[in-house]
Design a protein around this ligand. Structure first.
Ligand SMILES: [Zn+2]
Length: 503
């Protein structure tokens, strides 16, 4: 009986290998792919062929060349002659889907064509993932048509609770580009630390960036403006949008330690701006102007979540503001506060993004809502607000992937299969409102996570997330798991280990 079972298991593994090997091991899974028996062998004769006079395609060709050279030791050349044997990179206006690409690998040539430059980059990422090796390096024959499901495919990294090096942030950006993620939401300010160099308010760094001597490892410091510019350039070269986050009115203990005059005069709510004090608005407008000048972002995140309740209602200045502005209560005072700041930002031509709070009482027009509790993005989309569905049950990768005693009880277990099962556009949302769901973000809050442990929290779950936001909604978990195992060695080779034993 035991022998029969062993034999059956063996046969099952062979059948699965045969079924799944019909598809290439690419994550996120492409929209459409056909595999061919031929293959393209890489050697020193191979050229990267581009059109003359297009600097951006040339830059992408250099990017591909440098990656393949590092991995194969071969010397590729960039050429303008289409008759050469090699990898051709080109723009193709017949591809209609934004950021879409086509990849055709034959025995003599490879053609990567993109709807735009981003499309070409995504075609290159797919090639990086399928580069194989037996006696020699080769790319398996295929025809791929691919494009993203959502325009907003984000990763949020908390640099406040623990602080990561610039080198590590760049490694994260490389990994994001490989997984075709295009938004880096950088959580730079929270209770535990202010992480942006401010020339206008130096105490934010002298005091606000060095708050915690108790857990000094990776808890103290900030990014200089020059370092931030370096990250912005690196992200831009990978077409990754950087969204800096400035928390308000709560989660601001690092600001209050630096400039305590911004607290309510009652001294309560040690992490919240006093909304009755005009100096709070003046400070935020000044510091946001400095941050906008530095980042030049399309979007800035203004926090907005978890203001301690009951503080403003006890403060004479906040109570006076509620009367003066004819507001119903302190929740409406938060709406007033956020609207003041968001209107100021909008006038500078920058969009605002905030955690869902008080949606039913109205939020600033044009603000993008980040839903993090189940149902919040559904409510936002239903009310006609653009929204990013970062439902914490599926996207908070600081949560454990298996039951753990060293994590707080409120953290749900979020395993790989749950992460994979997420659909950012809820079934119950009317089709007319689907357009308001811009996509999703996965988040890594770092209260309990040091830089070296980030990799174990992210992998393999971020692979599931990349399919959630890029691939078609049809799912096959077993097949996904098969591909996860196949791409693991490559992910390890770019510097990310997987969590052990949890999947
Ligand atoms: Zn107050």
């Amino acid at each position: 009986m035991k022998k029969i079972l062993v034999l059956l298991t063996f046969l099952f593994v062979i059948i699965i290998e045969n079924i799944y090997s019909q598809e290439l091991n690419i994550i996120p899974k492409p929209v459409n792919q056909v595999t061919l028996t031929e293959r393209f062998n890489l050697n020193d004769e191979c050229r990267v062929i581009i059109q003359k006079d297009n600097k951006e395609v040339k830059r992408l060709a250099e990017y591909l060349k440098s990656d393949f050279e590092k991995r194969t030791g071969l010397k590729l050349k960039i050429d303008y002659d289409k008759k050469s044997k090699g990898i051709q990179l080109k723009l193709d206006t017949s591809i209609k889907e934004t950021d879409g690409y086509k990849l055709a690998v034959g025995s003599d040539n490879i053609i990567v064509s993109g709807n735009n430059y981003k499309g070409i980059l995504y075609g290159i990422q797919t090639m990086k993932m399928i580069l194989s090796h037996d006696k020699e390096f080769y790319l398996p024959g295929c025809r791929i048509t691919d494009y993203p499901r959502y325009p907003h495919r984000g990763f949020m990294l908390d640099a406040s609770r623990h602080f990561q090096s610039i080198g590590f942030v760049k490694k994260v950006l490389d990994m994001m580009a490989l997984l075709k993620l295009n938004v880096f939401h950088w959580h730079l300010i929270d209770d535990e630390g202010w992480r942006i160099e401010s020339k206008k308010y130096p105490k934010l760094n002298e005091i606000g960036s060095y708050r915690d001597s108790l857990y000094a490892v990776e808890r103290n410091g900030y990014y200089s403006q020059a370092e931030i510019k370096e990250v912005l350039k690196y992200a831009g070269e990978r077409y990754i949008k950087v969204i800096p986050e400035v928390e308000m009115p709560g989660h601001s203990r690092s600001v209050m330690a630096s400039y305590p005059e911004l607290l309510c005069p009652t001294g309560e709510g040690g992490k919240t701006y006093c909304a009755g004090n005009l100096k709070s608005y003046e400070f935020l407008k000044n510091v946001i102007t400095e941050i906008l000048d530095l980042f030049k972002p399309e979007i800035i995140h203004v926090g907005g979540d978890e203001r301690p309740k009951g503080v403003w209602e006890k403060c004479p200045d906040c109570k006076q503001m509620i009367i003066d502005k004819n507001l119903a209560n302190e929740d409406m005072l938060q709406n007033y506060f956020m609207k003041e700041i968001c209107d100021f930002i909008s006038k500078k031509g920058v969009k605002t993004f905030a955690w869902a709070e008080n949606i039913k009482d109205g939020i600033p027009k044009n603000q993008i809502v980040e839903g993090w509790h189940p149902g919040e993005s559904w409510e936002a989309a239903n009310r006609g607000y653009y929204t990013v569905n970062a439902d914490n049950w599926f996207t908070y990768f600081d949560y454990p992937s298996y039951p753990r005693n060293d994590r707080p009880d409120w953290m749900r277990v979020l395993n790989l299969e749950t992460a994979y099962s997420f659909n950012p556009t809820p079934d119950s949302l009317q089709e007319s409102q689907h357009k308001f769901i811009l996509g999703s973000e996965c988040a890594l809050w770092t209260e309990l996570v040091l830089e070296n442990d980030v990799q174990y929290q992210l992998f393999p779950r971020i692979l599931a997330f990349s399919e959630v936001v890029w691939s078609l909604p049809e799912k096959n978990y077993e097949q996904f798991l098969y591909r996860v195992k196949k791409v693991k060695p490559y992910i390890n080779s770019i510097g990310f280990e997987f969590e052990k034993g949890a999947w």
